[in-house]
Design a protein around this ligand. Structure first.
Ligand code: ZN
Length: 301
């Protein structure tokens, strides 16, 4: 590696991390939990490289304005498909920064000898974060997307069953061209129906990126199918509506938000298609966490 220059070159972006760099020091989650509302969004199946390219090209402005330095952090997924990855994330194992660790975690079950539990880590005594936050007084709500959240059949009820309240409609699912708008409308109703003093942990599994996604690209056809380009168009679709989700989640008080993918997917990379397989396109995911401030006029903290 060459020695870094002592002063940044003139074209360098101000004050943000390098592309793919860790988002910096974690907030003290022991101050966040119990005070702030929490939003956890999984952009199911979103590839890191597509997410990074769109952020750099200015194609996802509503997401990018919240990303530290305007960039996604590159991380490694804790599983290579939805069920495995979400079980791990709900146990406190969010995607790991893509650099040698150990890396301090935001949340962790009490676990003797854990090397990634730090003073800023929120430690829970339950088997999973969702019930841990419920024990801390949060209303826990799941807005499902892909099949593992559809509550149809026993397996489809496992992940939603971690939450006190869960929602899934066919319109939220992967074949729906307006899945994310329907999910956002559901999230808005959840927030509106909750007593103002009650803290909220809102989880949303966004299904729009998952195949099939060809219908998000104007001019694309079912016959031509999904591609990296239609995957990118699906992320632009999500970006057009995610401001409403962020506004709902921070309507009542400050909100700590985590937005990441659960795994990527392959579009012919190395001969592979899909996920639940070991390939860089699958194990590399975009990640960010940030605070959403409430509207000034309603701020009563
Ligand atoms: Zn998934």
């Amino acid at each position: 590696m060459p020695t870094p220059p002592s002063t940044p070159p003139p074209n360098r972006a101000p004050a943000g991390p390098e592309p793919g760099a860790p988002s910096g020091v974690n907030p003290d989650m022991n101050e966040v939990v119990g005070s702030d509302d929490l939003l956890f969004v999984t952009l199911d199946t979103l590839r890191y490289d597509v997410a990074a390219e769109l952020a750099a090209a200015g194609r996802i402005p509503h997401l990018a304005r919240h990303l530290p330095g305007g960039r996604w952090e590159e991380r490694h997924a804790p599983g290579n498909f939805t069920y495995a990855s979400h079980q791990a994330m709900f146990a406190g194992f969010l995607p790991t920064p893509a650099a040698p660790g150990p890396h301090e975690r935001l949340f962790a079950a009490r676990f003797a000898g854990s090397e990634s539990t730090a003073p800023a880590t929120y430690v829970f005594d339950t088997p999973d974060l969702v019930s841990g936050l419920a024990a801390a007084g949060y209303r826990t709500v799941c807005v499902g997307g892909v099949g593992f959240f559809n509550k149809q059949g026993a397996l489809g009820g496992v992940l939603p069953g971690l939450f006190q309240e869960s929602h899934w409609e066919p319109e939220f699912g992967v074949p729906s061209p307006r899945s994310f708008e329907a999910q956002v409308e559901c999230a808005e109703r959840v927030v509106a129906d909750l007593p103002a003093e009650r803290r909220l942990f809102l989880f949303v599994n966004v299904s729009a990126l998952h195949q099939p996604n060809w219908f998000h690209l104007p001019g694309a056809t079912r016959e031509a199918g999904d591609s990296r380009a239609t995957h990118a168009a699906a992320l632009e679709y999500v970006d057009r509506h995610i401001g409403r989700l962020f506004a709902a989640a921070s309507r009542r008080r400050r909100c700590f938000a985590i937005v990441c993918s659960d795994h990527g997917t392959a579009y012919g990379d190395g001969g592979y298609t899909g996920h639940r397989l070991g390939h860089e396109a699958v194990w590399t995911v975009p990640y960010a966490h940030f605070f959403l401030e409430p509207p000034i006029s309603e701020e009563a903290r």
